[in-house]
Design a binder for this molecule. Sequence first.
Ligand code: NAD
Length: 502
Amino acid sequence: MTVLVHPQALENFKVRDFQMLIDGKWTNGSSGDVIERKSPGHGVVVSRYQAGTKVDAERAIAAARVAFDTGPWPHMTGAERSNILLKAADLIAARADELAYLDCIESGKPISQAKAELGGAVDIWRYAAALGRDLHGESYNTLGEGTLGVVLREAIGVVSIITPWNFPFLIVSQKLPFALAAGCTAVVKPSELTSGSTLLLGEILMEAGVPSGVVNIIVGTGPEVGAPMTTHPHVDMISFTGSTGVGKLTMANAAQTLKKVSLELGGKNPQIVFPDANLDDFIDAAVFGAYFNAGECCNAGSRLIVHRDIADDVVARIAALSAKVKVGDPLDPQTKVGAIITPEHLAKINAYVRNAASSGATISHGGELLNLGMGQFMSPTILSAVQPEMAIAREEVFGPVLSVLTFETLDDAVRIANSIDYGLSAGVWSRDFDTCLMVGRKVRAGTIWMNTFMDGASELPFGGYKQSGLGRELGRHAVEDYTETKTLNMHIGSRKVVWSVN
Ligand code: NAD
């Protein structure tokens, strides 16, 4: 591990103040309270947001409701909405550096990665714009001479969008443009730790021509602001990304008024590697998969399931590469692993590592908290001799910590992979096509990577099996997710009397 420190990067830094966006107006919260956000990499306050309350959430929901029920947005043509979304994409691209910088200093992710995420987000906005023009239902001309069936796709209504802190701009971009393309209106609540780039998005959308009230962006804690967004009777759908625990609560809240829910939740994703794999490719992907975004990633490849014959070699090679990973100042363009989101989260990661070691796992690399004189950092860490029943093998750690388990047969590997509650994604590594396909079919996860890891594209659906979520984002059905289906059953000609009083 190489440590990079450039604390001078934040000298002369001016703290940024943000308001909330409700009904097209920038406004302070009703409480007058402010949330201060410290940069995880530098330990200094970088952003101040208005702390919203239930009252603010209700104002935002009311604005979105009126904008849906009476506003122009749901009634525009697909082309009109699409053109506005394309303009938004151009404006996001033009302000990408500013947005990436905010994500970097508020979340602690490396600046190079934040810029790459912005590139991905622009592509998603363009893809959603294209899909929005093609949104259509079905017709049935096969129901007999007297019947024509038409199936409409209608915007579902007001959508609550709640997002986490680990990919602030990317995750709102996996939801909002599709909801807008369908003709919905929205209330958006980013994480209270990383709200800056989502609030800037509000400026961009207004400039692009999104009418007032269509997108409302409020800031605040989950219980205060998020919870009313999941219970309010004027909300029709919730699109939530976050922890499995809050996802379950969200679903229970939504049940009171039977809202549609889309949930993108946690993961504990296995990479299964066979002895015939291209190990050079695999070692690189294992290190990338485990430490990308400091492991604070739902898709992190945090469980390696390695064939026993190659386990020692694999651990040694991963440890050697881990030693070269550059950890440090998120603003340094060379940094690969930045800071951990909060001191409390760092303590949680550390506790997982200590508990694993005391339960019999071996710390084969790292395992240290790093004192860089600013912020909070953890070294890339490898735990070997992990057993499938240990907490470290089953629970989401959300830090740069890799657990290594071993297997003997393909069925063993699949059984270990499927033995936990999560099912977000998985990787399989082998030069044998049959092996890849057999594992790919048997592992219960929403995405299976074969001889690669954590690749993605706007065209490919993403989401989880089991307790990793409900529904899929991205892909060509993503806009449809924000619609209701309505059947028009039409009779042609005079209707045959079937229930005559005579
Ligand atoms: P979190 O569940 O604590 O918070 C997510 C969001 O929910 C935040 O905006 C938070 O304020 C809000 N929230 C909290 N309590 C709430 C409540 N009672 N009602 C309504 N909203 C509430 O998650 P986090 O710590 O911000 O993010 C990390 C988690 O997100 C991890 O579990 C990770 O796996 C998951 N995640 C999943 C995906 C995916 O696509 N599957 C992507 C990224 C992150």
